[in-house]
Design a protein. Structure first.
Lengths: 296, 418
């Protein structure tokens, strides 16, 4: 019975490992990647997973074996061990070196995603949106179609979008609409991320993108997508997701009681024309001088 | 097997307790279905705000103080007169609202409105049930959703005293007074109820600048059920409120049961019914028919100038009207004084220079706000003073006020905030 703990720990770890191995086959894995930089991030993820996974199994196996081998036996006295200087040096230096290697390897990807100098410019060539997080919703501001048309003629006019809301900008809670662009001319989206109250985190799992929103700061975030998930709905003015392409926007930083319900939908339109069709519809709704008859 | 664990007796007890707790959590799971069947709506115990004072409030309440600070800052006597406690005593030391009366009221309410798990609207008015979708099935669905989405702020009985209520400001709406701020119905203030459409708009868009989020992602039938359930809670709460208020103020006539059935129920549900088909339809927006850009610009320029003038005049001058906005929206709302509302909390007239509109940012929303005011707060209706076109002038002015480039374009000077 003295071997109980080794069986418990060894068994639990074996179970966890098995669960991990089967999870990709039952759909408990990363969602489909649709970001241009998503492949690089996934590559880093797998690299770290393999290294940490290897050492995890190694150390847990040593733990279970040691528990089994050195379990207390009646009549046996424990031996006092001061330690092993060489061994300690090895398990400090080896992870240190691995960490250093990882730190160097990831610099390029980090710079690509997070460095401001690598982000799309704030002029008219970029799709710009402002995302205001609050407990518990995402309130998103889009430039109006008139403002976007003006940017095409005068790209400089787009520089102040983040600081300067216009009277005709569209405000839309919980719906993030972008368009795909062509393969030779990707649509690079620049998000001006703000929060109204506490810390939130802007998380697009399909884009492998996560960024904290901090009170009092405007943080730029960029991404570009490689596929679309939205089509016009023949029965409604509002577009709809393609079958089984449910791309979500979620809050990834615990922000209060309703944190788990702080969600949004990511709509990626096939092209700019489809996006503008939606924008025009949503603008007309926001500019109503008469009440609609239907109850919505 | 566990008996021979190499651990002490006390630790063994601890391990047992923890494992049993974990097991219990696993078995019961997370219950998303709705309230337990034996739960009843609580009988109202908290004070009733029966009047809205005219005085300005001296200060806002600090986080965590609500709801113990209703009408704080008012002289004690005045506060006692407008914040009535249901457990008030007569000079001879008896309850004004007796236990017997309370039991009768609770029983009548339970008969009409059921329980949280099985809400009903047995009001003897099938037309209203159809109009507002208050059938038992919709209400049950709405109640289960309400428990997930709304309960933590708006409370079990819709009292606006959920767990988070003291920590968010403005505080969640208390439906039990039957007052909702943002409405489009044409009734008189006092009897004005929202159209169901108004509640759905608030649910879909949220209330910008407050803690009320948008529920846009819920399917339409869920929103419809939530709005039905909110109406149910509001009707129940208001009948309770009106009856207790009448008893405390000594205006209750005749037998309680008769009075509830024949006076208060028809009053409350009648107002809800009347509201539904009484939408204020703004007359055609003057620029609607103007095809030429030039013509529209000309109208806008003149309209904004008129709106600015009416907003900015404290008194009518030389035949020109004042809309009376400055009385509360001092310095365009940047230096507004704190006010009490009908619920006893402290609110602040909107800062109109930041472009944040709680009742919605569509021109028609602003039209309704200016035309009929905001219920439960000091914002009055302007319809007796302003013509529809003049309301549009104010709306046009308000829509450009927050934007520096537009102010420049239309010649609106906004001094630095003092």
């Amino acid at each position: 019975m003295q071997k109980f703990w080794s069986i418990l720990f060894g068994g639990t770890m074996l179970g966890a490992l098995l669960l991990f191995v089967v999870s990709p086959f039952v759909g408990w894995w990363l969602p489909r990647n649709v970001a241009t930089f998503g492949g690089d991030i996934d590559w880093l993820y797998y690299l770290i997973l393999i290294i940490t996974g290897f050492f995890f199994i190694l150390t847990e196996a040593i733990l279970a074996i040691a528990l089994w081998r050195f379990a207390g036996r009646p009549g046996h006295k424990a031996v006092y061990q001061h330690g092993n200087h060489k061994l300690e040096l090895v398990w400090t230096v080896v992870p240190g070196v691995i960490l250093l290697v990882l730190a160097i390897v990831q610099i390029r990807v980090w710079a690509d995603v997070k460095f401001q100098k690598n982000m799309p410019s704030r002029d008219g060539a970029t799709q710009q949106i402002e995302v205001l997080a609050k407990q518990w919703e995402w309130r998103i501001r889009y430039p109006s179609s008139a403002r976007m048309a003006d940017w095409e003629k005068n790209p400089e006019a787009a520089l102040d979008f983040g600081q300067n809301p216009h009277e005709d900008d569209l405000y839309m809670p919980n719906e993030l609409h972008i368009w795909k662009g062509q393969s030779d001319n990707v649509n690079r989206v620049l998000v001006h991320l703000k929060t109204q109250d506490v810390i939130h985190s802007f998380f697009l799992p399909h884009l492998r993108l996560k960024q904290d929103a901090l009170p009092g700061k405007m943080i730029p975030v960029w991404f570009a997508v490689t596929d679309h998930n939205t089509e016009p709905d023949p029965n409604s003015q509002e577009p709809r997701w393609l079958e089984s392409e449910t791309w979500e926007l979620a809050c990834a930083e615990f922000c209060g009681t309703r944190h788990s319900l702080m969600r949004g939908k990511l709509f990626v339109h096939k092209d700019k024309a489809d996006f503008l069709k939606w924008l025009n519809y949503a603008e007309a709704e926001q500019n109503r001088h008469q009440a609609p008859l239907a109850a919505r | 097997m566990i008996a021979c664990w190499p651990v002490k007796k006390t630790s063994r007890a601890l391990i047992w307790t923890i494992s049993l707790l974990l097991l219990a959590m696993l078995i019961t799971g997370c219950d998303l279905d709705g309230y337990p069947d034996d739960l009843r709506y609580p009988s109202r115990m908290d004070p009733l705000a029966i009047e809205k004072p005219k005085e300005d409030a001296s200060d806002y309440d600090r986080p965590g103080e609500f709801p113990n600070v209703l009408f704080a800052g008012l002289p004690e006597k005045q506060r006692r007169d407008i914040l009535r406690d249901p457990s008030e005593l007569t000079p001879t030391g008896e309850l004004i609202f007796t236990d017997e009366q309370r039991a009768t009221l609770d029983q009548e309410l339970a008969q009409m409105f059921g329980t949280p798990a099985n809400p009903t609207a047995e009001l003897g008015n099938s037309e209203l049930v159809r109009l507002l979708k208050l059938d038992a099935e919709t209400l049950k669905h709405g109640s289960a959703l309400y428990r997930q989405q709304c309960l933590h702020c708006h409370g079990l009985s819709g009292d606006g005293r959920g767990a988070t209520a003291p920590w968010v400001n403005p505080h969640p709406r208390d439906y039990r007074q039957g007052i909702f701020k943002f409405t489009s119905s044409g009734q008189d203030e006092g009897s004005r109820k929202p159209r169901k459409y108004d509640l759905l708009r608030t649910l879909r868009e949220g209330v910008e600048g407050t803690s009320m989020p948008s529920f846009r992602l819920l399917p339409d039938e869920d929103l419809e059920a939530l709005a039905s359930y909110v109406i149910h809670l509001s009707m129940r709460g208001e009948i309770e409120f009106q009856v207790i208020k009448a008893i405390l103020t000594g205006t209750m006539e005749g037998k309680l049961e008769r009075s509830i059935k024949e006076d208060y129920v028809p009053l409350v549900i009648g107002n809800w019914q009347n509201a539904q088909n009484s939408m204020i339809k703004p007359p055609t927006y003057p620029a609607e028919d103007m095809k030429a850009e030039e013509e529209r610009e000309k109208y806008l320029k003149a309209s904004i100038e008129r709106g600015f003038g009416m907003f900015n005049r404290a008194q009518p001058e030389g035949g020109k009207k004042s809309a009376g906005c400055l009385g509360c929206h001092t310095d365009f709302g940047r230096r507004s004084a704190y006010k009490y509302d009908a619920w006893g909390t402290v609110v602040k007239p909107a800062d109109l220079t930041i472009g944040m509109y709680r009742g919605g940012r569509r021109p028609v929303d602003l039209y309704w706000r200016v035309h009929s005011g905001i219920n439960g707060v000091t914002m009055p209706a302007s319809s007796s003073n302003l013509s529809p076109d003049e309301v549009w002038d104010i709306v046009n002015f308000l829509r450009v006020l927050p934007y520096p480039k537009m102010r420049e374009k239309y010649g609106i000077k906004l001094e630095q905030p003092r």
